[in-house]
Design a protein around this ligand. Structure first.
Ligand SMILES: C[S@@+](CC[C@H](N)C(=O)[O-])C[C@H]1O[C@@H](n2cnc3c(N)ncnc32)[C@H](O)[C@@H]1O
Length: 314
């Protein structure tokens, strides 16, 4: 696949590379390679002898990287896998710790634009939504087999959908007639479930439900939590992590994990003396998240909700 077919505009590129303090000879991980925008910037900034490990669970991104990555192969390691298993990926490469990690969360533009992946409510496709083609659960499984309570929770928690319960009820009714198999069928069910007046304003009525299903199918928050828990063991002293999130739930998880790891004692305040023995392993570099500039948002509207947080290993 050529560049023309894999168009993903990288978000907060310079801010990320600057804050990671990338230097020659360092070892860096891009946990979400996608179109390779951050990966290439890491390769350039760590020239002439830095090593970059680029991870993605999507085979299409991997295949694409074999093309653009060709001139870099001496210093680039491609890993098809999930960033939740970062420690294991590093171990397989014989690497103990790294100087920097970047994760630019969520989906790439090609994942949304290639209708057949089932991520988009604008393209007719099977309800798949797996970033990893070998993932256990598809959106079709969730929609047809989760009970109404589970579906409501997914739509409410991951999509912040006001009409979560109504959509869930409607799904459970419709699937009694026949399994719900395509994006178009699901869009019609969502439209029928949400009152007409509510559909007339705001974004497409299916947007939040599709986002929620995608997050659930790929266990996106679980993967992020696991990465953040393992992180201090993977970073060298003064090594940095940069996370770009697009969703308030993701940003909250990153903020809380950084705060926890930047705190010495985490005992309840009423205890007279520390019994937890917790020792800070990170320093928060960005007290407030870094947001894209107005120019970037104009050039790339997808950057609108991006938030970058950075922490450093003590
Ligand atoms: C927003 S895109 C990254 C774009 C990239 N920074 C660029 O400039 O082209 C996110 C990518 O991360 C991948 N991804 C998301 N979650 C992942 C995870 N837990 N493990 C590995 N890859 C993941 C997706 O498949 C997608 O290709």
């Amino acid at each position: 696949m050529g560049d023309a077919e894999f168009l993903h505009q990288t978000v907060l590129l310079h801010e990320t590379i600057d804050l990671l303090q990338v230097h020659s000879g360092g070892i860096y991980v891009d946990g979400t390679m996608g179109g390779g925008g951050h990966t290439r910037a890491l390769l350039e900034a760590s020239a002439p002898d830095g090593l970059v490990i680029a991870v993605d669970q999507d085979q299409v991104a991997m295949d694409h990287a074999k093309g653009w990555g060709e001139p870099w192969m001496e210093r680039l390691r491609l890993v098809k896998g999930n960033f939740r298993d970062l420690s294991a990926h590093l171990e397989q490469l014989g690497i103990l710790k790294v100087d920097g990690i970047v994760c630019d969360l969520g989906v790439s533009s090609p994942q949304l634009d290639r209708g057949e992946r089932g991520f988009s409510y604008q393209h007719e496709a099977h309800l798949d939504m797996r970033m990893d083609e070998f993932g256990d659960i598809t959106a079709m499984d969730l929609v047809n087999h989760s009970d109404a309570t589970e579906l409501t929770k997914i739509f409410r928690d991951y999509g912040e959908e006001k009409w979560a319960a109504r959509v869930a009820e409607r799904i459970t009714l419709e699937r009694k007639k026949k399994p719900i198999e395509t994006t178009t069928e699901l869009v019609e069910i969502i439209k029928a479930a949400i009152p007409a007046a509510a559909r007339r304003t705001g974004p497409h009525p299916a947007r939040r439900i599709f986002q929620a299903l995608r997050i659930a199918v790929n266990d996106e928050l679980g993967a992020l939590e696991k990465l953040l828990a393992d992180l201090p063991d993977c970073l060298k002293q003064s090594g940095r992590i940069a996370v770009i999130s697009f969703h308030s739930l993701e940003d909250r998880i990153v903020k809380k994990a950084f705060q926890l790891e930047a705190t010495d004692c985490i005992c309840p305040p009423h205890l007279p003396k520390c019994v937890c023995g917790h020792v800070a392993r990170l320093k928060v570099v960005t007290r407030k998240p870094i947001l894209p500039s107005e120019d970037e948002v104009v050039a790339n509207p997808r950057a609108r909700s991006a938030k970058l947080r950075v922490a450093e290993r003590l």
